[in-house]
Design a protein around this ligand. Structure first.
Ligand code: QV4
Length: 474
């Protein structure tokens, strides 16, 4: 569960709320050439449609069945996307919502035609099918109203209803079989892995029992024989409760949300970048840490929000992502967003429920309300850098509180200046020679002497970053 199955590439992008047809096109026209490992896609299963809430993005976290029918498209479009992306070496990772179904007290018909009814004691999801006996019994949940309300007690977190969402009983063989069926269907199509949504609310042994029944990835989609599903689990551990990320190491990577706060703090106060990874805080070990500067929840204040940097502060955000990709901790994901004015607002739409196409402008940026951080110059270049220096460690670390620099083995060197300029003679760890800065397309360069030192100069307010690689990064 630890190999993302993308030939050693190091960065995935979350194309939040994109349609399958647009993702397929993006794999072919951009992601493959830019060196992205793959795409995390929004939940593909059938979900409620909340017209009364003006179709919020979060309706997709209220499953109705495991039919591949969502706001992003139907099953044929999903399969076409996976196949087209795989054929250009870009993998698809599904956001898997299997902790729960819809909230209590609702009924209706979802887009794919499946009905649901959770009024009173009913828990009817005939599209799976699930019924009342497949949900965690009330007596197992120690909270007063049945919802999760005590993070100091694992039984409360894992047996009660998160936000009132009907909690599947993962102890039951029947439930495990249904989830296995969903995952094996994804695998058969050629999906390379999953994010397990709300994994913190599931018992680790239930996740383990489910994953143990998965088949290998299909060789006809370009996976070497014996390849396993890549798994990263959403466990928000902020040192604020009983549940710790390390309980989930046996079943894959874990989201490391403390990294979001740490990098935001570090960009505000460069001195803090020296203490970015704090194992004293219990941050996940590097070969289990799934990291990102911000995600679809905390960029809009959901899931506890927090002090994170987002695309809304572009200059700081470029530095945060650049540093994240330059350093050597964890497996990285880049966020790709749409603009919003209210935190529930769904993606750009053609009116109502129908998601608008992503517009690609002549200069390669996006329009139509899509931010496309993954196409920004700094992000694209730093993806190349991270791929090029894979396997090396950080050395020659230097930080004076206003600027920071380090080498990645003898393969790369990175520097960044908070105020936009720096000039300093530093050890680069690189063989003697001239190296050009990929960030400004070689407008600036450094000359490394026989002793490995070079004068490192940055003069660029908007993108105050220097990144060079031995033999070129691309
Ligand atoms: C409301 C009340 C509850 C009440 C309930 C009763 O707020 O107190 O118990 O009604 O019915 C939506 C609404 C929410 C509503 C809920 C149920 O926003 O107000 O509860 O539906 O009707 C997303 C959104 C949520 C949304 C949910 C389901 O963020 O706002 O809830 O989808 O549509 C924690 C968790 C973490 C979680 C994070 C958001 O530790 O696991 O919060 N992150 C993941 C996803 C996230 C998603 C879910 C989990 C749930 O990343 O996007 O929540 O699948 O930190």
């Amino acid at each position: 569960f630890y190999d993302p199955n993308c030939n050693g590439k190091q960065v995935m992008v979350h194309l939040f709320e994109w349609k399958w047809t647009d993702i397929a096109a993006e794999c072919e026209r951009y992601l493959a050439g830019a060196g992205y490992c793959g795409v995390q896609v929004s939940p593909p299963m059938e979900h409620v449609i909340l017209a009364e809430n003006n179709y919020p993005w979060w309706q997709r976290y209220q499953p109705v069945s495991y039919k591949l029918y969502s706001r992003s498209g139907n099953e044929d479009e999903f399969i076409d996307m996976v196949h087209r992306c795989n054929s250009v070496g870009v993998r698809i990772y599904v956001d898997a919502v299997v902790n729960h179904m819809t909230p209590t007290g609702v009924s209706g018909v979802a887009d794919g035609g499946s009905t649901y009814n959770t009024n009173g004691h009913a828990r009817d999801f005939p599209g799976v099918p699930y019924s009342a006996e497949h949900f965690t019994p009330r007596h197992k949940c120690p909270s007063g109203d049945g919802t999760v309300d005590d993070y100091s007690n694992p039984s409360n977190v894992r047996n009660c209803y998160l936000y009132g969402l009907t909690d599947l009983n993962g102890k039951l063989d029947y439930v495990r079989e249904k989830v296995v069926g969903y995952f094996n269907q994804l695998i058969q199509i050629g999906v390379a892995g999953i994010r397990i949504d709300a994994a913190k609310y599931m018992w680790p042994e239930d996740i383990s029992a489910t994953l143990s029944r998965l088949t290998d990835l299909p060789t006809d989609q370009g996976f070497p024989a014996g390849s396993k599903f890549y798994v990263f689990q959403e466990v928000i551990d902020q040192n604020d409760g009983a549940i710790k990320v390390d309980e989930y190491y046996n079943t894959g990577y874990v989201t490391e949300f403390r990294y979001c706060s740490k990098i935001a703090w570090g960009i505000k106060d460069y001195g803090q970048l020296s203490n970015l990874i704090d194992y004293g805080w219990g941050m996940a070990r590097s070969d289990r840490a799934f990291i990102f500067t911000d995600n679809h929840d905390n960029q809009r204040g959901h899931g506890g929000g927090g002090n994170v940097i987002t695309h809304e502060s572009p200059r700081d955000y470029k530095q945060a992502v650049a540093y994240t990709l330059a350093q050597d901790y964890g497996f990285t994901r880049i966020m790709s967003s749409y603009y919003f004015t209210n935190t529930d607002q769904g993606p750009p739409s053609n009116g109502g429920y129908s998601t608008a196409d992503v517009i690609i402008n002549g200069d390669g940026s996006c329009g139509g309300g899509w931010v496309c951080e993954h196409r920004w110059n700094v992000m694209k270049k730093m993806v190349e850098f991270r791929n090029a220096v894979v396997g090396t460690s950080m050395e020659n670390y230097w930080n004076n509180g206003n600027a920071v620099a380090f080498s990645r083995g003898n393969k790369g060197f990175f520097a960044m200046a908070k105020q936009g300029s720096m000039s300093e003679s530093l050890q680069t760890g690189l063989p003697a020679g001239s190296y050009c800065n990929i960030i400004d397309d070689c407008a600036s360069s450094i000359q490394v002497g026989a002793d490995g030192t070079a004068q490192i100069s940055i003069n660029n307010y908007e993108e105050p970053i220097l990144a060079v690689c031995a033999g070129g990064c691309g």
